[in-house]
Ligand binder design. Structure first.
Ligand code: NAP
Length: 253
């Protein structure tokens, strides 16, 4: 069993990108960080570096989520529901049911599964708890070929709002953070490992770094317990809308 700490944070999807940066940042802020994802080797390396705890977690599998939750002893101060991503860019006419199902499993059901399993530990946190849901501007906008992913992130929005309604009076803060383009493994996963297609997403523009999102997580959790930031929309300066990006910067890295 994992020992109880004064300030403990769980970060799902901590094996890369935003989740990894958030885990690093919360550890630097003094949290004991519990890292969850499927690639345990990466998690273990990160846990060793930041003094955290690495636990296998597949948010699409209820048994895995239950096992993850049982390995955490004591109350939780912060839960960052970050695991997820997009698969493909097919139009509705080209509907790929397997990809849609998979996206719903991780982005939507996975978020609720983990929150439900950890709820008793969050509900008991002495100084109040904080749930951060990593949504997307895809939860606010739509784009051609994006319906599977945008529908998932719109659902994350609805769930975040419902959490605030249902938990009123329980001293649990709920923040939804909605990033625009962040350069991570996101596009590589979306395009099944196609590096050329993935790098084209960020061509000629300056995307956000995962650390930019981690900074916002650090800020919202660090605010006094009576202050709840409901939603943060964070986009690169070069992005006006999902599908409207300035690409005149040549090679940016
Ligand atoms: P990423 O680098 O691909 O990271 C995704 C993380 O989610 C990985 O750690 C992955 O770990 C984990 N994950 C995926 N499926 C999982 C599962 N079934 N169980 C447990 N963990 C799972 O992409 P990212 O950009 O950091 O994405 C993080 C979140 O930000 C996602 O929710 C994404 O939708 C959102 N977001 C990203 C962007 C962007 O432009 N990058 C913009 C807006 C929102 P394993 O594969 O090891 O399990």
């Amino acid at each position: 069993m994992v020992e109880q700490q004064i300030k403990t944070a769980v970060v799902t999807g901590a094996s890369s990108g935003i989740g990894e940066a958030v885990a690093r940042r919360l550890a630097a802020d003094g949290y004991s960080v519990i890292l969850g994802a499927r690639r345990l080797d990466r998690l273990q390396a990160l846990a060793q570096e930041i003094g955290g705890i690495a636990l296998f977690l597949d948010v699409t599998d209820s048994t895995s989520v239950a096992r993850f939750s049982h390995q955490i002893d004591g109350d939780l101060d912060v839960l960052v529901n970050n695991a997820g991503g997009a698969l493909g860019l097919e139009s509705i006419a080209e509907f790929d049911e397997e990809k849609w199902f998979s996206m719903y499993q991780s982005n939507v059901l996975g978020l609720v599964r983990v929150t439900h399993a950890l709820w008793p530990k969050l509900g008991q946190a002495r100084n109040g708890a904080h749930v951060i849901n990593i949504g997307s501007i895809a939860g606010i906008e739509t784009y051609v070929g994006g319906a599977g992913y945008t529908a998932c992130k719109h659902a994350v929005r609805a769930i975040s709002e419902t959490m605030r309604l249902e938990w009123l009076g329980k001293r649990i803060r709920v923040t939804e953070i909605d990033p625009g383009l962040v350069e991570t493994e996101f596009s590589l996963v979306r395009f099944s490992g196609d590096k050329t297609r993935a790098s084209a997403v960020y061509a000629g523009m300056q995307p956000l770094r995962a650390e930019d999102i981690a900074e916002s997580v650090s800020w919202v959790v660090g605010l006094p317990a009576h202050v709840n930031v409901d939603q943060l929309i964070i986009k690169p300066t070069d992005q006006a809308r999902m599908d409207l990006v300035y690409r005149g910067r040549g090679n940016v890295s």
